[in-house]
Write a protein that binds this ligand. Structure first.
Ligand SMILES: Cc1ncc(COP(=O)(O)O)c(C=O)c1O
Length: 381
């Protein structure tokens, strides 16, 4: 025993950190903008320092802008997109609540699992991976299940499909239910009008369309959703993500809740500032233009896309792996020989597609050119 404890105290010698510089064109993370990385290097202040509290206010204002919402309760959760996802479910779900989830990919299933863990009576409406729900299908499902919450994934990263949201909020109001939307792969890259579309709860991440490292995740709740939270019979079953507590840190009271990851918030603020400077509409248009350039180039290489053009995401494209090719081997060669990351398929689409992300800072013609050239060389072999 003594020997082993002595061994544990000997010094460990490791070389200083050395990580290759990659072009991250997978499903995320994507490369952060250099100015964002620079902002992240700013020395931290205390999490209750007036300078930091001012920055939190700015993050709230900027998040409302990129999401096109006036929701007072709009914050960044300290954690990745999954934490913000769990925050939406945890705050409005009470045991027995009927939660209807649209499942047309991997992340719909994650919502199902999560809602079940908070005691919801979870129902699902399903579609093959790569397809989306039409309004009349959602209406029928709402009539059948009469849920308290309808949850949809706006940008299904596992399939590359964009779930249209126009009209869904009105439907939800008609059936007196809340609309919860995953915008992890859409925020910053896909047009979103949360208030106009009557979305009640939404969450996202920092590492995709916002062009920031992962770890500080946008979250918003409409006054309707806040009302449901305030009328809870039970406490929110997750202390860390409880908005009745967190809103006191982000709101007037400034009550200590947790030690915010200060530098990540510096980065998020810079990432959002850059988007505001570009203009959110210009940012959406840039994503659309560059993805169309990518699709054209992929088609020239003889490749086809998994999703019908009308519903393809501008941020994430699923490319069918041609018969007889091992997609993993190709992706590995693209990574090791060209320093470019692309993703493989998830779940049902494993081995069938590559997932190519063009998000945030990476949505540029140069990224497309580099990837097309790498694919051309690797496929030629
Ligand atoms: C649609 C969607 N939802 C949720 C998540 C979870 O986010 P994170 O990996 O940041 O926790 C992801 C991650 O890729 C996603 O694509």
């Amino acid at each position: 025993m003594l020997t082993s404890s002595i061994n544990n105290t000997t010094r460990l010698q490791l070389a200083p950190l050395k990580i290759p510089t990659r072009l991250l064109l997978g499903p995320g993370p994507s490369n952060a903008h250099p100015a964002v990385l620079q902002a992240m290097n700013t020395p931290p202040v205390g999490h209750l320092d007036p300078a930091f509290l001012g920055l939190m206010d700015e993050i709230q204002t900027l998040l409302r802008y990129v999401w096109q919402t006036e929701n007072p309760l709009t914050i960044a959760v300290s954690g990745t997109g999954t934490a913000a996802m769990e925050a939406t479910i945890a705050n409005v779900t009470e045991p027995g609540d009927v939660v209807l989830v649209g499942v047309n990919g991997y992340f719909g299933n994650r919502l199902v699992d999560m809602a079940g863990r908070y005691g919801a009576d979870v129902r699902t409406i399903t579609k093959p991976w790569g397809q989306v729900f039409a309004l009349d299908e959602l209406r029928t499902a709402l009539e059948t299940h009469r849920p308290a919450i309808l949850a949809l994934v706006n940008a299904e990263t596992s399939t590359g499909a964009r779930q249209p949201l126009e009209g869904v909020g009105d439907l939800c109001r008609e059936f007196d239910c809340l609309l919860l939307v995953d915008t992890v792969t859409s925020l910053g890259g896909v047009p979103l009008f949360l208030d106009e579309w009557k979305v009640d709860l939404a969450y996202s991440c920092s590492q995709k369309g916002l062009g920031c490292p992962p770890g500080a995740s946008p979250f918003t709740m409409s006054p309707r959703a806040v009302e449901k939270m305030q009328q809870r019979r039970t406490k929110v079953a997750n202390w860390y993500l409880d908005m009745t507590l967190l809103s006191k840190y982000w709101g007037q009271e400034r009550t200590y809740h947790h030690t915010a990851p200060i530098n990540l918030y510096y980065a998020l603020r810079e990432a959002l500032r850059l988007i505001a400077e570009e203009g959110i509409e210009n940012c959406w248009m840039r994503h659309q233009k560059n993805v169309e350039y990518l699709w054209e180039g992929l088609e020239d290489l003889g490749l086809t896309m998994h999703v019908e053009r009308e519903f393809r995401l501008p941020t994430l494209t699923t490319v069918c792996i041609p018969e007889g090719l091992d997609g993993k081997v190709i992706a590995r060669q693209v990574l090791m020989e060209h320093n470019i990351e692309i993703g493989g398929g998830l779940g049902e689409l494993a081995g069938k597609v590559w997932r190519v992300g063009l998000m945030g800072f990476n949505s540029r013609p140069e990224s497309v050119d580099r990837l097309l050239e790498a694919l051309r060389q690797v496929l030629a072999k």
